[in-house]
Design a protein. Structure first.
Length: 393
């Protein structure tokens, strides 16, 4: 079946967070795709609505079976049903886990630059962020294993939050890297929680290895968080799954999730998620082809028209991580300038900390016509920014 990834859907005045912008503005910052959802998912949700009775919902076995089959078929990973718990969002679950298995004043380690909401989950709950920054060399990121081990060894470090694939740098972690992380966390008695919400969006030659794919995890304190929300563009379903092989840790986290009222699905979460995992794989394959095409369209445009901008992201997620250090080391000021000049809305990399002040994050998950509009606005903005900067000097 052919799917439509070319039609621009008017989303202004539709309660869209992303499109709550001025008429002349083009939002390309928030991780929200501008493609229509797979029709198979829409059909399943319409069938639920046609029932006409909207009472309290349970999570049926068919939900977990759909996820288990998806992981086996897509990622060659065997999940046990007993490991799985439905929750109404990755970040609400992450914040609950922080409260459940760490104490106020503890240090929680992240690898900056990283998804900024991690910091909220840590710091709003009275914990401290400890960062082992990724090493940036030759437009590429790697783990500083010596620094990471030293910080995991600190007495107050009780949890590490991993991003796999890594947002915003688009990096996937190899099996060897994941095994090394688990070994280090186990050695220093640090719980490892992996946000894998972008796991189904590895569209190039790289490979996504779920943390749950590793062997002998039943005695390890590791947690994975997954959701159909990013890959299938259904964030408003508020559906996600927590994966915990260790029974004791699972029981502890389960109490917290239930106390925080995070385990009851809304009306459409279950039918929409099941349809995504059982009927929308062809749509996802089409999406990945479109993302690949969009990435290379952007790469070609940037190299030809604004070569001082360097693309550093890997082939995962739909978020392009742009090194703009040739223009400025204040990405927030640059993002504000771009918005004022052309209406293009991009994310300032500074919010992700680490070396993010030298970067912008751009969402390229949209019809190619819209992407080209955004790239042209970026070119105009950077040309004007450089002129004004030189004039000021």
């Amino acid at each position: 079946m052919e799917y439509d990834f070319t039609t621009i859907i008017p989303r202004r005045q539709t309660n869209s967070v992303k499109w709550n912008v001025d008429e002349n503005e083009l939002p390309m910052s928030l991780a929200d795709m501008d493609f229509a959802v797979a029709p198979e998912i829409v059909t399943a949700m319409k069938e639920k609505l046609d029932l006409g009775v909207f009472g309290y919902e349970i999570v049926p076995d068919t939900y977990y079976e759909a996820l288990i089959n998806w992981f086996q078929g897509q990622h060659h990973t065997k999940l046990e049903k007993s490991w799985l718990m439905f929750v109404n969002g990755v970040i609400p679950a992450l914040s609950s886990i922080v409260r459940s298995v760490t104490n106020v004043g503890d240090s929680i380690l992240v690898q900056a630059p990283v998804y900024d909401i991690f910091y909220h989950s840590i710091e709003n709950n009275g914990r401290h962020t400890l960062t082992s920054d990724l090493v940036y060399q030759n437009y590429h990121y790697e783990i500083d294993w010596t620094d990471l081990a030293a910080k995991l060894a600190q007495p107050l470090t009780t949890m590490m939050i991993l991003c796999n694939p890594h947002n915003p740098v688009g990096k996937t972690w190899t099996k060897a890297e994941l095994e090394r992380l688990v070994k280090l966390c186990t050695k220093y008695h640090v719980k490892l929680v992996s946000d894998e919400i972008h796991g189904d969006l590895v569209w190039g030659q790289e490979e996504y290895i779920p943390l749950a794919a590793l062997a002998n995890l039943a005695d390890k304190e590791v947690v994975s968080l997954t959701s159909p929300s990013k890959a299938f563009n259904v964030a408003a379903l508020h559906a996600a799954t927590v994966i915990i092989p260790n029974e004791n840790l699972r029981n502890q986290i389960s109490r917290g999730l239930n106390n925080d009222e995070l385990t009851e699905p809304n009306l459409l979460a279950i039918p929409g998620s099941i349809a995504a995992y059982t009927k929308a794989d062809e749509w996802l394959n089409g999406l990945k082809k479109q993302l690949t095409a969009n990435y290379y369209l952007a790469e070609k445009f940037i190299m030809a028209n604004i070569p001082e901008v360097k693309i550093t992201s890997g082939q995962a997620t739909y978020l392009m991580w742009l090194d703009v250090s040739a223009y400025t080391n204040d990405s927030q000021a640059l993002a504000d300038f771009i918005r004022r000049k052309t209406g293009l809305v991009v994310a300032a990399g500074a919010v992700y900390r680490g070396n993010g002040s030298n970067f912008l994050r751009l969402n390229f998950a949209c019809p190619s016509q819209m992407l080209l509009d955004g790239l042209q606005r970026l070119q105009v903005s950077l040309t004007e920014f450089k002129k004004e900067k030189n004039y000021g000097n």
